[in-house]
Design a protein around this ligand. Structure first.
Ligand SMILES: [Zn+2]
Length: 389
């Protein structure tokens, strides 16, 4: 078994930590799937490595985390009748997707026993199944009328860690939702809430006022999924709460840009996370998270390295995942990227800052190479090479 992996000649190392987005280091040492050292190659025992990845001066960042996905079971989405959509997203540099609710299950049960069973099944199934090596945090319970505190206790014990978007099930108004949200939090779950216009028949339109009264952890798609709240509501959520604020690809791009400017003014960059919100009516978008990073970094004052932290360390913090940042003891989920061929940018970050999707040339999970060249991004100018000593 390969346990010692060295990454050397890193040109730029994005940390995932928004307070210090770029690290002064050119090498990473990985052992048994975890990052063990971050620093200078001269301080590492190159001869002891079992695999050496020469990054050729390119950019390394934590694997991207998609904070908003609607899987069901397996690597198939009934929403768009598409196979392999999770593996496709992995080729967009995403190493973890977080379920926002298995809402697209055909015939989805809407009684307490059924919604609970679905969450437990999805959580346990995805704990054992990694499409292409991608980590899926599955099993996000959809709140339905009739759930009681013991249900949350049981689900937590069985591995359910997320409440999918509040508002997708029969529990809609804050009076019904707030007690359930409190039980979920008490049992260690992270709670997201659909915000904005109605997404699918049977779900609801949610205003800032309702979000504030319900008190989730995350304002799902502040920029709409796909229909956004008003800018007055955006302002309320940014300035009057400390909630985590999510931008999604399948949302309203103008509200994303306007909201991002407001967030910069209020110094709230640490509260922003990035999701895809696919599969949805907008489709399946393998490069959705990378595209939001490019939109934010090219159309707003947010820097490219900050936008990457919004799709890595910010998300792992709110979901309590041991990944998403470059630090000792963290899971070695990594993306190696560079400017795409033909870009006016000369490295990944400068390409992103002009709005070009970077070329992903390698993806690792737990220190193992799971993508050696992305089939979905344009080709990178410089490619890492693998050397086995
Ligand atoms: Zn939604």
């Amino acid at each position: 078994m390969i346990s010692k992996v060295l990454l050397k000649n890193i040109g730029t190392l994005v940390s995932g930590k928004i307070e210090e987005p770029v690290l002064n280091a050119n090498a990473l040492w990985i052992e048994e799937g975890l990052i063990r050292r971050v620093g200078d190659l001269r301080d590492m025992e190159e001869k002891e490595a079992q695999v050496i990845i020469d990054c050729a001066g390119t950019t390394v960042s934590p694997g991207l985390i998609d904070s908003h996905c609607h899987p069901v079971l397996g690597d198939f989405t009934p929403r768009q009748n598409q196979l392999g959509f999770l593996d496709s997203e992995l080729h967009g540099g995403v190493t973890t997707v977080i379920s926002a609710g298995e809402v697209h299950l055909p015939g989805r049960p809407k009684d307490p026993a059924g919604t609970k069973a679905l969450a437990i099944l999805a959580a346990k199934s995805f704990a054992n199944f990694r499409p292409g090596g991608l980590k899926v945090e599955g099993g996000a319970v959809i709140l339905e009328k009739g759930l009681v505190e013991e249900d949350f206790q049981e689900m937590a014990k069985e591995g359910v860690r997320i409440v999918g978007e509040v508002g997708l099930g029969s529990v809609k108004n804050p009076e019904d939702a707030a007690p359930m949200v409190a039980w979920a939090k008490k049992h260690g779950m992270t709670v997201m809430m659909h915000t904005g216009g109605t997404s699918i028949p049977g779900s609801s339109t949610v205003t800032a006022e309702q979000v504030i009264k319900t008190d989730p952890d995350i304002v799902s798609h502040l920029n709409g999924g796909p229909t956004a709240v008003s800018m007055e509501d955006v302002e309320k959520l940014v300035t009057q709460t400390s909630l985590t604020l999510e931008f999604v690809h399948c949302g309203n791009p103008k509200v994303m840009v306007d909201a991002a400017r407001l967030i910069v003014d209020h110094k709230a960059l640490h509260r922003v996370i990035i999701g895809n919100d696919a599969p949805s009516g907008t489709g399946v978008v393998p490069l959705g998270v990378l595209r939001v990073i490019c939109h934010l970094a090219s159309l707003t004052p947010i820097k490219p390295e900050e936008a990457i932290c919004m799709a890595t360390g910010n998300t792992s913090r709110v979901y309590k995942l041991n990944r998403g940042v470059i630090d000792e003891g963290k899971e070695a989920d990594l993306v190696i990227m560079d400017a795409p061929m033909g870009s006016v940018g000369n490295d990944a970050l400068s390409a992103i800052s002009v709005g070009d999707v970077p070329g992903v040339s390698m993806v690792l999970a737990d220190g193992k190479i799971i993508v050696s060249v992305s089939r979905n991004t344009p080709p990178a100018v410089r490619q890492p090479t693998v050397v086995k000593p």
